[in-house]
Ligand binder design. Structure first.
Ligand code: PEP
Ligand code: MG
Length: 583
């Protein structure tokens, strides 16, 4: 088999090696099957029985997931059950059987296509993913009807498998034993889709956006997924497979050793303390890393807890969820960012108006100030659980000072006068807020810099659009200079500041940021140990000089090279030390 090297989008990190299994047999176009009028009753009965069986199986997975991973993960299956009970889809299917005389599987196919197309015609990346969320449970009913065991056959596979599928849906991840699922690669599936959420929580290296992958991958061939690099290798020979397995094993050994040392607070070689906090998206994330290695949560993206549900959570449900996170961190700060929906993050139960430029439209705090009840319900829930830990509230997408003032006024009018208010901070992720920070700082208790959006809005380049990705340049001196300005303004105004964009979790980015004067970084948990080890090798003064040197460059390549050289040197020292101690 020919060797192929393909690149897509990273969804869940790690290295996976195994044999290719196609999740579904390649299908031709569905040819509708008709029944006779006297077969309608039997067809309806078959349909109901298959639907019941599918619901029964989903309920079992829901119960098992709830026990193992928590109620939030299980909510996905609750939503799938709800989809199988949706009256409009049910009525459509029953009518197609009874009046159009379609066989049950053809009626399901037609109804799901109809409703799926309706979703797909809507604007917004994540709405399109709902079409997949809708199809997935109905396909399960179709499989029940066909008694199709071919799809489920790899359940007894004892070899690691790389699962290849058209679309990343939740049932893909749960259809196979977790220990044999070494990687998942798909043609479609957004970073915010439910399937992506489950893949990350199960720690399965996953890549999507691989064009025609079901045609390119051959069942049984050996494949390697380097999910961090969004890379899939097909038709891999023994030597390359061994190299990947070696890297996997090495990274596990180094990670284990570093994790032990990461229990110490982070500091540079000369003792300058840097707080390292975690970015989390759900209480589920707490189960996949050692919470003791971080100084708290610098960013809890609360919208994910909303996105994974079929309906709005009540104030009580929100408070229960936030309380669990606070209790885990036992008094360490937890920064809860209020709902940052809009653009690519949408809620199925909250219809947004169509916008020509959603990234520049109703997003983050702009929504909270329009639908004030949503914002106030969340703030109420956060205030209600203050007794459980150190609550901090962070406002997303702040653009001008008046927005912060409006929030303060709204809260003041809403809460009884004697209510203790947690510290209130704002994200700096829009260039106008960065440049007017000296004024805004007077209105907030802390600031958190979101470099993911800051780069998007500074360079006018969509962060998710592959066509313009070359212009998305976190290490461009224009961005580095803006970051220096933010750090200096926070220092001058005495405002506590952290950086929670992805750049903070990258060694080159962390070295620049600490040199620029940021001494709190909030990063994805898998990066914490490595970052702490690298910081332990560098001198603060060198970092300061390097940060100014990089910001004075003319382009990203020159700036990055300075930082990359320093990061490589520091990492080589870490490995040397580690080998010295372990040898
Ligand atoms: C950011 O914009 O850098 C950020 C942390 O927020 P998000 O990635 O959730 O938009
Ligand atoms: Mg952002």
């Amino acid at each position: 088999m020919a060797r192929l090297e393909l690149y897509g989008q990273p969804v869940s990190p790690g290295i996976g090696t195994g044999s290719v299994v196609l999740a579904e047999q390649p299908k031709g176009p569905h040819i509708p099957r008709h029944i006779q009028a006297d077969q309608v009753v039997a067809a309806l009965q078959l349909f109901e029985a298959a639907r019941e069986r599918a619901i029964g199986k989903l309920s079992k997975v829901q119960a098992a997931t709830s026990e193992e991973l928590g109620i939030e993960d299980a909510a996905i299956y609750g939503a799938q059950i709800a989809i199988l009970q949706d009256p409009s889809v049910l009525q459509e299917i029953r009518t197609l059987i009874a009046e159009k005389l379609l066989a049950a599987e053809s009626a399901i196919q037609a109804a799901v296509e109809k409703f799926g197309k309706q979703f797909e015609q809507l604007e917004g990346g994540d709405i399109k993913n709902w079409a997949a969320d809708l199809r997935d449970p109905w396909h399960a009913v179709g499989r029940e009807l066909a008694m199709d065991s071919s799809v489920a056959s790899p359940m007894n596979a004892d070899q690691p498998i790389i699962l290849v599928a058209e679309e990343l849906v939740p049932s893909l991840v749960t259809r196979y034993p977790r220990e044999s699922l070494a990687g998942i690669v798909c043609r479609r599936g957004g970073r915010f889709s439910h399937g992506a959420v489950v893949a990350r929580s199960f720690g399965i290296p996953t890549v999507t956006g691989l064009d025609q992958i079901e045609q390119k991958a051959q069942p049984g061939e050996t494949a390697v997924v380097y999910a961090d690099k969004a890379c899939l290798l097909l038709g891999v020979e023994a030597e390359e497979l061994e190299a990947a397995n070696r890297r996997k094993a090495q990274s596990r050994v180094v990670q284990d050793a570093l994790r032990e040392r990461a229990l110490q607070p982070a500091a540079t070689a000369d003792g300058h303390r840097v707080a390292i906090l975690a970015n989390i998206e759900s209480p589920r994330d707490l189960g996949i890393f050692d919470t003791e290695v971080v100084d708290g949560v610098g960013l809890f993206r609360t919208e994910f807890a909303y996105m994974e549900r079929p309906t709005f959570p009540s104030v009580q449900e929100q408070a229960d969820l936030y309380r669990r996170v606070l209790e885990t961190f036992e008094g360490k700060p937890v920064v809860f960012r209020t709902l940052d929906i809009g653009n690519d993050k949408t809620l199925r139960y909250f219809t947004m108006p169509q916008e020509a430029n959603p990234a520049l439209g109703w997003r983050g705090l702009r929504l909270g100030l329009e639908w004030k009840d949503l914002l106030l319900a969340q703030i109420q829930a956060l205030i209600d659980c203050q007794d459980a830990g150190d609550v901090r509230i962070l406002l997303p997408m702040v653009t001008v000072i008046e927005e912060v003032r409006q929030v303060r006024k709204l809260i003041k009018n809403f809460l009884p006068a004697d209510t203790a208010m947690p510290p209130l901070g704002c994200m700096v992720e829009v260039p106008s807020a960065a440049l007017a920070l000296a004024d805004i700082a007077a209105e907030v208790d802390f600031v958190s810099v979101g470099t993911n959006d800051l780069v998007q809005y500074l360079f006018a380049v969509d962060r998710d659009n592959p066509w313009v990705t070359d212009l998305y340049q976190p290490f461009h001196p224009a961005h580095l200079r803006l970051l220096l300005h933010i750090a200096q303004t926070c220092k001058a105004t005495g405002t506590p500041v952290s950086v929670c964009g992805e750049m903070a979790g990258q060694p080159e980015g962390a070295l620049f940021l600490v040199g620029a004067g940021f001494d709190q970084l909030s990063v994805a948990p898998p990066f914490v140990s490595e970052l702490k080890a690298i910081l332990g090798q560098v001198q603060t003064q060198n970092l300061q000089e390097m940060a100014h040197q990089a910001a004075a460059c003319q382009n990203s390549e020159e700036a990055f090279e300075i930082l990359e050289t320093a990061a490589h040197k520091a990492w080589a020292q870490v490995v040397d030390r580690f080998q010295g101690c372990s040898g």
